[in-house]
Design a protein around this ligand. Structure first.
Ligand code: MN
Length: 195
């Protein structure tokens, strides 16, 4: 497990105040998982996270993912999160880092499809190189998705694009039409009300 990569996550949070996991447990799933958390913070966004080497590599996607291969969704990298975060759903108190309501909007296993010249590339390496392709087996999202970095430095930015495969569907709008938690079936308002 890449424990050092959680330092930024831990430094940003006061675990006496936020219900988020501290990330002290080492993790690894039988099959690697992804999670997309809807996060109603100061700006609503969707956090796309992929399990890589025992942590969750993370990107914030303001508009959320699309099932239409023609859509390019901005994805801004954020700090690695502990694997335990994958089933975190709840309320981060106002005034704390990321204050707002968090929902597990989609989750499931994924397969790494990244390759270069026909050879498979480990996902950690793919992230470092700025291009990866995964196959998602979520409750809502299925099929291939590519994440590609287009800007480096302080404003590092990536794009999330649906692969044009059998799971692509330009008529769906899951962000708008499938708003409930993949874990508990709750709406963001119900999670917020439960505190
Ligand atoms: Mn977030």
């Amino acid at each position: 497990m890449n424990r050092d990569s959680l330092k930024e996550y831990q430094e940003k949070r006061d675990f006496g105040r936020t219900p988020e996991p501290a990330g002290k447990k080492a993790g690894a799933s039988p099959a690697p998982i992804f999670v997309i958390q809807k996060h109603a913070a100061s700006h609503l966004h969707y956090d796309f996270r992929l399990e890589v080497d025992g942590v969750l590599k993370s990107w914030a996607i303001p508009k959320g993912p699309s099932t239409n291969p023609k859509d390019k969704r901005l994805a801004v990298p954020t700090e690695d999160h502990p694997l335990e975060y994958a089933d975190f759903e709840g309320v981060i108190p106002a005034g704390e880092y990321g204050g707002g309501t968090v929902m597990v909007w989609d989750t499931g296993p994924y397969r790494n499809l990244t390759e270069k010249n026909g050879a498979a590339i480990h996902l950690a390496e793919a992230v470092a190189h700025g291009h990866l392709k995964v196959w998602l087996e979520g409750r809502k999202l299925k099929g291939g998705y590519a994440l590609t970095r287009f800007r480096t430095g302080k404003d590092e930015s990536w794009l999330l694009v649906k692969a044009d495969d059998a799971e692509a569907d330009a008529t769906r709008n899951p962000v708008a039409d499938e708003p409930r938690s993949a874990l508990t079936g709750r709406t963001i308002e119900e999670i917020a009300a439960a505190g």
